[in-house]
Design a protein around this ligand. Structure first.
Ligand code: C2E
Ligand code: MG
Ligand code: MG
Ligand code: MG
Length: 279
């Protein structure tokens, strides 16, 4: 076969690419049955008020453990789901489960809930709107407590319909967050044009904050800009007391990271909430 391809002058066969494509295809198939068998699970990571050290929110993050492939990272399966269309079902699961969970937790503490929504889900604005509305009605969660996280890629490929949906969600009371800020096509004009309430500084900026002065300056600049635009700020990827001290010194309001807690199953998150209330 290889010989034949050579004779025709084509040799598109790339063993590595083939392996990646095969894995993606297999994962896609497994993912579909995982959804059907209700095997995806949401983990929750605390969002902390840096001035009080109290948990004020939770970000819902999808977890998948496959029998054959083991734990597959969302960094790998979300892009696959975005390509094969499963993201619409995953998104619906995430929003409905997370809203139910957050509504239940209100009895312990008045926390916010953050859910990631892929740009691909915005290709069907009406469907997305219906999913969100249904999740809120069914759970009874106050829309003011729901926070939707989108990335800059949504703004880059946006259309009028997306802008309308965002405004519509915001007028219901839902909070809009721009996630991974600083890693995409950030443009100041987008921040003004879109109705955001919050901005999440990508964790890559914090990683080098101790030894790279440029990264410190970037964090400072983002904080100043957010303040000017009246956006709340959440710093992602807080891993040390040094990170906390730096951010507090710069009046960053909220934070999230392994220093406080990794994403944990719902039962463990509930324990954390009880501890906070007891403290
Ligand atoms: P994200 O929304 O930016 O979520 C934050 C990621 O940073 C999570 O990775 C979290 O575990 C990780 N993280 C938090 N604190 C730290 C820290 O201190 N250090 C380090 N090194 N990492 C930290 P995770 O859970 O692997 O998720 C990766 C991405 O997958 C998410 O990034 C999000 O873009 C996507 N994702 C996860 N669940 C969903 C979902 O339900 N729907 C959609 N559309 N995307 C999802
Ligand atoms: Mg996020
Ligand atoms: Mg992020
Ligand atoms: Mg991310």
């Amino acid at each position: 076969r290889v010989k034949q391809e050579g004779r025709n002058g084509f040799n598109l066969y790339n063993p590595d690419m083939n392996k990646d494509a095969q894995r993606a295809l297999a994962l896609g198939t497994r993912l579909r049955s995982a959804i059907n068998n209700d095997e995806l699970e949401l983990y929750y990571q605390p969002i902390v008020d840096l001035s009080t050290d109290k948990i004020v929110g939770a970000e819902a993050l999808m977890r998948w453990r496959d029998e054959e492939f083991g734990a597959v990272s969302p960094e790998e399966f979300i892009p696959i789901a975005e390509k094969n269309g499963l993201i619409h079902r995953i998104g619906e699961l995430a929003i409905s489960k997370a809203c139910m969970q957050a509504a239940e937790w209100q009895q312990i503490s008045p926390i916010h809930l953050s859910v990631n929504i892929s740009s691909v889900q915005f290709r069907y604005c009406e469907q997305l709107y219906a999913q969100i509305r249904h999740a809120l009605l069914k759970s009874g969660l106050d829309p003011e407590l729901l926070d939707i996280e989108v990335t800059e890629s949504l703004l880059f490929n946006h259309n009028e319909e997306v802008l309308q949906l965002l405004s519509r969600l915001q007028s219901m009371g839902i909070k809009l967050t721009i996630d991974d800020f600083g890693t995409g096509y950030s443009a100041l004009s987008y921040l003004q044009k879109f109705p955001f309430d919050r901005l999440k500084i990508d964790r890559s900026f914090l990683q080098q904050i101790e030894n790279k002065s440029e990264d410190r300056e970037l964090v400072n600049a983002i904080l100043a800009m957010a303040k000017a635009l009246k956006l709340e700020v959440v710093a992602e990827g807080i891993e040390s007391q040094k990170h906390v001290d730096y951010l507090k010194g710069k009046r960053c309001e909220f934070g999230q990271g392994y220093f406080y807690s990794k994403p944990v199953p719902a039962s463990e998150f509930e324990q954390l909430l009880h501890e906070v209330v007891a403290a």
